[in-house]
Design a protein around this ligand. Structure first.
Ligand SMILES: *Cc1c(COP(=O)(O)O)cnc(C)c1O
Length: 361
């Protein structure tokens, strides 16, 4: 608290990101990064961009990058918006599209940044509970909302809605902005991008941080009708004219041009996810059906918080959310098979040692 702060700052409840711990020989499965690293062509392009030209401002609209994204996604470059991470793109989306007279609707369990931006930008909200199976039910989004946002696959559940369900939602809400955050779509879900020409109120966001292994480069994407993209461009140009630096534009463009590397690493993550899911089921865990690069698991006989701490003691970092409805679960990012094996080995020990009869708490 300080008398120098703007009044708004006193009440902010900032987003708490997963930790980036510094430990020896760590298995880091807590922030859904890729275990495989970016395309070697992206790394080359990044190195090649580190020249004297950095004294000049970058191209403000990231045209080359938008062209590469448009080509890959089957849309026009002017239907693509890019920003310095999808978190930044989403923050602009909240200001440009989601602050309406009626409240913004989103699930009780979804990306926990949405309530933070709502507070920061003064957006009123309508929280719509997931059903008992932790699924989004599109029929639950009644007509008393001014906009809708959720992640698909949802986070941290990993559960994906089929495109047909998204289309039902769009048909039921033709007059309000609907934003689908597809941060994890590349791990087996159906993208809504192909619906944008039929639904001018649909905006889809993507990130290079997960499936393209460039969390450190900070590049995010929005795809939608000209009308929606125009709103984002207006807010962007009222906030930061050059959100993507020269290095980010070069690396992100090359990453989009290397479809082969992208497909191969997504396929490896999906295969490891299925393998890890089977192993956790064999250990007695309940695992939600995931189409993301993480799984969300609980154990009927062991507290998630206890398992979390015991794993941390073995330098294996996963994510535990101390929040209603999900505090019995752990969100585990998919690592390499070797990392998943270390996790499973540790869990075997922990479950044995931490048997209910032997608990001390
Ligand atoms: C990781 C994530 C983002 C943010 O991605 P960045 O581009 O790294 O900011 C957005 N939405 C969801 C649901 C995510 O999990």
């Amino acid at each position: 608290m300080s008398r120098f702060w703007s009044p708004l700052v006193h009440d902010l409840k900032p987003y708490v990101a997963g930790e980036q711990p510094v430990m020896a020989d760590i298995v880091k499965l807590n922030t859904n990064e890729s275990p495989y690293g970016p395309s070697p062509r992206a790394l080359e392009a990044i190195q090649a961009a580190a020249t004297d030209a950095l004294r000049l401002y970058p191209e403000p609209t990231s045209l080359k990058l938008r062209e590469a994204i448009a080509k890959r996604e089957g849309v026009k470059p002017d239907q693509v918006f890019v920003g310095n991470s999808s978190d930044e793109v989403l923050a602009l989306v909240f200001q440009a599209l989601l602050k309406q007279e009626k409240p913004l609707a989103f699930p009780d369990i979804t990306y926990s940044f949405y309530p933070v931006w709502s507070q920061l930008f003064g957006v009123t909200t309508k929280i719509v509970p997931l059903d008992a199976a932790m699924r989004i039910n599109v029929a639950d989004y009644g007509d008393d909302c001014g906009a809708i946002i959720f992640a698909n696959p949802n986070a941290p559940t990993g559960i994906a809605l089929p495109r047909a369900e998204i289309e039902k939602l769009l048909q039921a809400h033709p007059d309000i902005p609907v934003v689908i955050d597809e941060a994890y779509v590349d791990f087996g879900a159906e993208s809504a991008v192909r619906l944008i020409d039929r639904y001018p109120n649909l905006l889809v966001t993507h990130t290079l941080s997960k499936s393209r292994a460039l969390a450190g480069l900070r590049v995010g994407v929005a795809i939608g009708s000209r009308d929606l993209i125009d709103a984002l461009e207006r807010v962007k140009d009222s906030f930061n004219s050059y959100p993507l630096d020269r290095i980010a534009q070069a690396g992100a463009t090359a990453a989009y041009e290397d479809e082969e590397w992208f497909q191969a690493s997504c396929a490896k993550v999906i295969a490891s996810r299925e393998r890890l899911t089977a192993e956790l089921l064999a250990l007695g865990f309940d695992v939600l059906p995931s189409k993301a690069n993480f799984i969300f698991a609980s154990h009927p006989a062991h507290k998630a918080a206890d398992i979390f701490k015991a794993l941390r003691g073995r330098a294996i970092i996963v994510r535990w959310f101390d929040k209603p409805r999900i505090s019995d679960r752990l969100r585990i990012s998919i690592g390499t098979d070797a990392e998943c094996d270390r996790l499973v080995g540790a869990l075997r020990e922990i479950l044995r040692w931490n048997e209910p009869g032997r608990r001390t708490d």
